[in-house]
Design a protein around this ligand. Structure first.
Ligand SMILES: [Zn+2]
Length: 233
């Protein structure tokens, strides 16, 4: 009875103050959604996951051996996706990451080698930063992917042990040296011979993903693929 009343109150509230799409800030969305139908069509998939050669793979050439690497959506400065990523990272909107993951996962799971993934692993945040934001944005994307791919995601096998300095002022080499020793694998025996999908929000230099992949590849028989929401820079 109480929940019925709560639902009614929420519905009335929604009529008076509709929740607006986090991408365009124009159209109302349902309570459980964050992206309006119009924006869902306008946010363009890269389809990099279907290409044997793509700009994300190129970024990792000669650095680390990956099964495949791709980003989900076209990133345009000042565009709809940038608004969404801003909400995900700075406006306490973890559901944006889940929704983008759900949108992309249904496409990803139809393509090799992503269809053979055993576990989805988000790039970890250091505990201090996670505490500050309240959640790990890469884990939210991983959660959305896991729902539509029907694969398990786990945030407990790859952890961040060092809180590295902020990355923005550093060169690619400087960034890699900065993060190289920041990660650790927990219970590696459970990852043995598994195909892992390493997930992040935005790829800039790729240094963080590279350091994580190198760490995971130290486990016997592990294969690593990479996917991010977007490629920037
Ligand atoms: Zn919209």
């Amino acid at each position: 009875m109480k929940s019925m009343l709560q639902k009614t109150i929420r519905a009335i509230f929604q009529l008076i103050y509709p929740k607006l799409c986090f991408a365009c800030s124009k159209y109302p969305v349902l309570q459980d959604c964050s992206i309006c139908i119009s924006c869902q069509y306008k946010i363009t998939p890269t389809n990099y996951h279907q290409l044997a050669d793509n700009p994300v793979l190129e970024r990792f050439w000669g650095r680390v051996e990956l099964q495949h690497a791709s980003s989900s959506f076209e990133f345009i400065k000042g565009g709809l996706l940038q608004n969404l990523i801003h909400h995900l990272k700075y406006e306490n909107r973890p559901e944006v990451g889940v929704e983008l993951g759900k949108m992309h996962g249904s496409r990803l799971v139809k393509t090799e080698p992503y269809n053979s993934v055993d576990f989805i692993i988000p790039v970890p945040l250091h505990a201090h930063r996670k505490h500050k934001r309240g959640y790990n944005q890469a884990a939210m994307f991983a959660e959305g992917l896991s729902i539509s791919m029907r694969k398990t995601w786990t945030g407990s096998h790859l952890i961040r042990t060092e809180n590295t300095q902020t990355q923005t002022q550093k060169s690619r080499i400087g960034r890699f040296e900065n993060v190289e020793k920041a990660f650790e694998v927990v219970s590696p025996e459970r990852l043995r011979n598994k195909h892992l999908l390493l997930v992040d929000d935005v790829i800039t230099t790729g240094a963080t993903l590279e350091a994580c992949a190198i760490k995971l590849l130290e486990v016997e028989g592990v294969k690593v693929s990479v996917v991010a929401i977007a490629l920037a820079g």
